[in-house]
Ligand binder design. Structure first.
Ligand SMILES: CC(C)(COP(=O)(O)OP(=O)(O)OC[C@H]1O[C@@H](n2cnc3c(N)ncnc32)[C@H](O)[C@@H]1OP(=O)(O)O)[C@@H](O)C(=O)NCCC(=O)NCCS
Length: 328
């Protein structure tokens, strides 16, 4: 018989950190290229401005900055990290995994390091995996990063995506805990809707001499997110053994302010629940959106340590993941 790994009875998020690119891009800078208006963008999406990465603000650079903040917040040294998981769809280098480069730049002690592709839901997938790793014994502390530089794959002339997608990084440290700090994940995929958000096959794009821009069929995605995801959020609450009135914070993926509101309505969240609205100033940063929104709520004193938050994210695949967590 071989020995089985043994981990901590429970895990929790010990700290979070974010990186917001320096350049603020208001709607007025975008509207001419897509024949739109500030008012249309605000009323249809809730976005007022977003951040766009400069040349030096690479996926790696933004991830390292967010990770340092998360490690500080957690009070954990980089040498205590056994695994680095990076969720991204915009690191435009197939291999090696950017996680290994980030771990090296941070000065980590040879941790496991790999990337995952679950689009806007990637961070919540990473948190679910980290929870299982800590509890299962394959890692003691895990660094989970959600990062995007979507400007590289977003067509500035595309009316359906140019005003939505933006750049940034968010990170969290997950480690052992005496009490449950991360509830059961509710996750899944609807692969029959794969063509709703996608980039083209690289070889097809090269042959056609076209940039492999991200495309999105916004309206069906909107309807899917606003209706199907409320059920997923509800199930995450049930699996964590809590009801909506026991929830303190709601941190959904920042895809569209109207989706945020529709989810809160469908889930009948009481008015006392504090809702993340980071999209107004950050746009949709895909895998970075949930950790950035959570970080802002903590920094602004809206989310307090020990409170209970529901995270839910969804995106290309289509894929989704939700879990209840204790705020670090
Ligand atoms: C993209 C999105 C904001 C568009 O809003 P919408 O209400 O669905 O808009 P529609 O595509 O139905 O278009 C409505 C009208 O606005 C027009 N329009 C579309 N894009 C526009 C733009 N950027 N500026 C101005 N007008 C625009 C359309 O031409 C259409 O005009 P018509 O009524 O005269 O035909 C919305 O679909 C959305 O947020 N989708 C989900 C995005 C998302 O969650 N993505 C990420 C998942 S990870």
């Amino acid at each position: 018989m071989i020995s089985a790994p043994t981990g901590s009875p429970h895990a929790r998020i010990l700290g979070v950190g974010g990186y917001r690119p320096r350049r603020v891009v208001p709607n007025s800078e975008i509207v001419d290229l897509i024949d739109s208006s500030d008012e249309w963008i605000r009323t249809r999406s809730g976005i007022v401005e977003r951040r766009r990465a400069g040349e030096d603000e690479t996926v790696q650079m933004m991830s390292v900055a967010a990770s340092r903040k998360a490690l500080d917040h957690a009070g954990i040294g980089i040498d205590q990290i056994d695994c680095v998981v990076v969720a991204t769809v915009s690191h435009l280098r197939q291999t090696p995994a950017v996680a290994a480069l980030i771990a090296d730049e941070l000065g980590a002690d040879h941790p496991a390091a790999f990337d995952i592709s679950a689009a806007c839901a990637g961070f919540c997938h990473g948190i679910a995996m980290a929870n299982d790793m800590v509890r299962g014994g394959s890692a003691q502390n895990v660094l989970v990063i959600g990062v995007e530089r979507l400007l590289d794959i977003t067509d500035p002339h595309d009316r359906g995506t140019a005003f939505i997608f933006a750049d940034g990084a968010g990170a969290a440290v997950v480690g052992p805990s005496d009490e449950p700090g991360i509830g059961p994940v509710v996750w899944g995929s609807d692969g029959d809707k794969a063509d709703m958000i996608q980039t083209p096959d690289w070889f097809d794009a090269i042959e056609a001499k076209e940039t492999p821009w991200l495309t999105m069929d916004g309206n069906p995605v909107f309807r899917w997110a606003a209706f199907a995801m409320a059920k997923v959020g509800q199930e995450a609450l049930e699996k964590a053994g809590i009801t909506a009135d026991q929830l303190d914070c709601f941190v959904p993926h920042q895809a569209n302010m109207r989706i945020v509101d529709a989810l809160a309505r469908s889930m009948k969240l009481p008015g006392s629940v504090k809702i993340a609205r980071d999209i107004a100033t950050m746009g949709n940063t895909s895998a970075a959106s949930v950790p950035l929104a959570l970080e802002r709520m903590i920094e602004e004193g809206q989310a307090k340590s020990g409170e209970i938050a529901l995270l839910i994210a969804f995106g290309a695949g289509l894929v989704y993941a939700a879990q209840v967590v204790v705020v670090p």
